[in-house]
Design a protein around this ligand. Structure first.
Ligand code: HPA
Length: 274
């Protein structure tokens, strides 16, 4: 049986459309490293996700659940703060709800950010990596079933990710801001635990440069819904086995915090040029 997302989330969509201060054009998913982005721009309205019927609550430290509406330069933004992850026990429908809502709010473009473990030699903690392609193989079946079984208004079969013009704008923004921007392939894993060194060796052979637990399904779904999409990873740690050091969530949070200023500057300049 098809799931009619418009019907199922009609109360939520109606509420957002009623309270939104303007028509939005651009959505940003704030991952680690951009968690405080909302504090650095002019927010017109913030909604706690607890006040949104049917919206899941993130349970992770450093991921407070808010949806912000903000104007920045010519852009009308909706910011999703506090991601919904598989590793918290949510299913694909909940994980993709923010993307669906971004489309319902009329966003034509989506900028995704995340934290990722660096695998390639050219990546180190603190680097920003523009995602040149992604590997969603670990979620393909669920994603295909979900997309196939949802009645949604638009349905592009060919995934046009990343959007070429967004990539060009982000690269120009990095050059203007003198920010070193790496590029690479992002490999999705569901978690909940970080990978083993053997898994990382396998992932590396598959052609990936970095690994993380979000973004891939979001980018595919947004593209299916007809949005232009680009994504940037904040490399927060060496992936398992790349160095001798032990991985920890606090290391991820600390590195994310240290790149915050650079990451925010890159996003702001990119928004001007996109
Ligand atoms: N693996 C998976 N997800 C991550 C990592 C990692 O090393 N770092 C940040 N998110």
């Amino acid at each position: 049986m098809k799931v009619d997302l418009n019907f199922k989330y009609s109360e939520l969509i109606h509420k957002l459309n009623r309270i939104k201060p303007f028509d939005c054009d651009t959505a940003i998913t704030l991952g680690s490293g951009l968690g405080d982005f909302a504090n650095s721009i002019d927010i017109k309205l913030s909604v706690d996700v607890k006040d949104l019927p049917g919206y899941p609550h993130s349970t992770i430290e450093g991921h407070s659940g808010k949806i912000h509406f903000a104007a920045y330069r010519q852009k009308k933004l909706v910011l999703f703060q506090g991601r919904i992850h598989f590793y918290e026990g949510y299913d694909i429908e909940k994980c993709l709800l923010p993307i669906f809502l971004a489309r319902k709010l009329n966003c034509k473009q989506l900028l995704l950010s995340n934290a990722a473990g660096g695998i390639s030699n050219h990546l180190a903690p603190g680097d920003l990596m523009l995602i040149s392609s992604l590997n969603a193989i670990g979620i393909k079946k669920e994603l295909t079933n979900f997309i196939g079984l949802s009645s949604i208004d638009q349905h592009n079969r060919f995934i046009d990710f990343p959007d070429k013009s967004m990539i060009a704008s982000i690269k120009s923004a990095a050059a203007e801001e003198k920010i070193a921007l790496k590029e690479g392939v992002y490999f999705f894993t569901k978690g909940p635990s970080y990978e083993t060194p053997a898994e990382i060796r396998m992932i590396k052979i598959s052609g990936a440069d970095a690994v993380g637990m979000s973004t891939a399904h979001e980018a595919v779904f947004a593209s299916v819904l007809g949005m232009r999409v680009a994504a940037i990873s904040c490399i927060t740690n060496y992936a398992a086995g790349i160095r001798q050091t032990k991985l920890s969530h606090s290391e991820v949070m600390e590195t994310a915090d240290s790149v915050k200023e650079k990451f925010e500057r890159l996003i702001k300049k990119s928004l001007e040029l996109i």
